[in-house]
Design a protein around this ligand. Structure first.
Ligand code: UDP
Length: 236
C-alpha cells in the first residue's frame, strides 16, 4: 500500500467561472479523480485541505485584527472545505472521515493519529481539517507534519493556478522559465522558490519527506500523481 498525503488549497475548490467560494462542479471533478484512484487499489489517502478561498489569517492581521483570532477564522474555513470535499467524495461511493485538529464533536472526529491510520487501513479517505489547530501556520505545514506523523511516503501538493511544477522563475511572468523534473530541498531554499511555505519545506527536508508538486486541475493529472507517476516536480 502506498500511503500519501494530498495537499489541496482552498482556492482549488473555487472557480473563477462561477464566482462561487466552493464550486460544486470543481469539487466534484476533484472527488471523481480521488475516488477513481482509490478504486484502482493500492492507495491509502489522507487529504489536507486549506481555507484560502474563505479566509486567510494574514489578511485579517494586515487589516489590524489579532493574528491568532484571524488564524482561527482561517482554520474554521478549512473545516467548511473539508465537509464539502467529504460530501463530494462520498457521492462517488468512497467512505471518508473528516478529522479536525480543533475539537468540534458535532461536526468532525477529533484528530487522533492511531485512529487516522486505522481509517486509512480500512480504505477510507481521511480529510484533515483545521490545519494543526495552531495559529501562525498555513496548511502547508500541517500537510507535511501529518504526513510524517502517519508515516506517509510522499506529500503531493496540487497546484491550481496553471503552474504544473517547480520552475526557476514564475512561468506566469517569464514564459521562458525552466521547469525542474527533480530538485533538492537545499536548492529550493537557496533559490527561495515558492513551492510551499518555507516552514513546510524545512520540515520535509529535516524529516526526509519527499514532495511532489503537480497541476491539480489538468484532467487525469491528480489520478496520475496519486497512482505514483512522475508528474510535475519531485522535491527531495
Ligand atoms: N491556519 C492556521 N493554522 C494551521 C492551518 C491554517 O492558523 O495549522 C489558518 C491560517 O490563517 C491560514 C488559513 O488557516 O491562512 C487557511 O489556510 P491556508 O492559508 O493554508 O489555505 P490555502 O492557501 O491552502 O487555501
Amino acid at each position: 500500500m502506498r500511503r500519501v498525503v494530498l495537499k489541496l488549497s482552498g482556492e482549488a475548490l473555487a472557480s473563477a467561472a462561477s464566482d462561487e467560494t466552493i464550486d460544486a462542479s470543481t469539487v466534484d471533478f476533484l472527488a471523481r479523480e480521488i475516488s477513481r484512484a482509490m478504486d484502482r487499489g493500492g492507495l491509502e489517502l489522507a487529504v489536507v485541505v486549506g481555507g484560502g478561498n474563505i479566509w486567510r489569517g494574514a489578511t485579517g492581521a494586515m487589516a489590524g485584527m489579532n493574528r491568532a483570532n484571524s488564524d482561527l477564522m482561517g482554520m474554521l474555513g478549512t473545516v467548511i472545505n473539508a465537509l464539502a470535499l467529504q460530501d463530494a467524495i462520498e457521492s462517488h461511493g468512497r467512505p471518508t472521515r473528516v478529522m479536525s485538529a480543533i475539537g468540534m464533536d458535532q461536526v468532525a472526529e477529533p484528530y487522533i493519529r492511531r485512529r487516522a491510520v486505522r481509517h486509512l487501513e480500512k480504505g477510507r479517505v481521511v480529510i484533515f481539517a483545521a490545519g494543526m489547530g495552531n495559529p501562525y501556520f498555513t496548511t502547508d505545514t500541517p500537510a507535511a507534519q501529518r504526513a510524517a506523523e502517519i508515516e506517509a511516503e510522499v506529500v503531493l501538493k496540487g497546484t491550481h493556478g496553471g503552474v504544473d511544477g517547480v520552475y526557476d522563475e514564475d512561468p506566469r511572468i517569464n514564459p521562458k522559465a525552466t521547469k525542474f523534473d527533480e530538485i533538492s530541498f537545499d536548492e529550493v531554499i537557496a533559490r527561495n522558490l515558492r513551492v510551499m511555505d518555507m516552514t513546510a519545506i524545512t520540515f520535509c527536508k529535516d524529516n526526509n519527506l519527499p514532495l511532489r508538486v503537480f497541476d491539480l486541475m489538468a484532467p487525469g493529472n491528480l489520478g496520475l500523481a496519486l497512482d505514483g507517476h512522475a508528474v510535475g516536480t519531485l522535491v527531495k
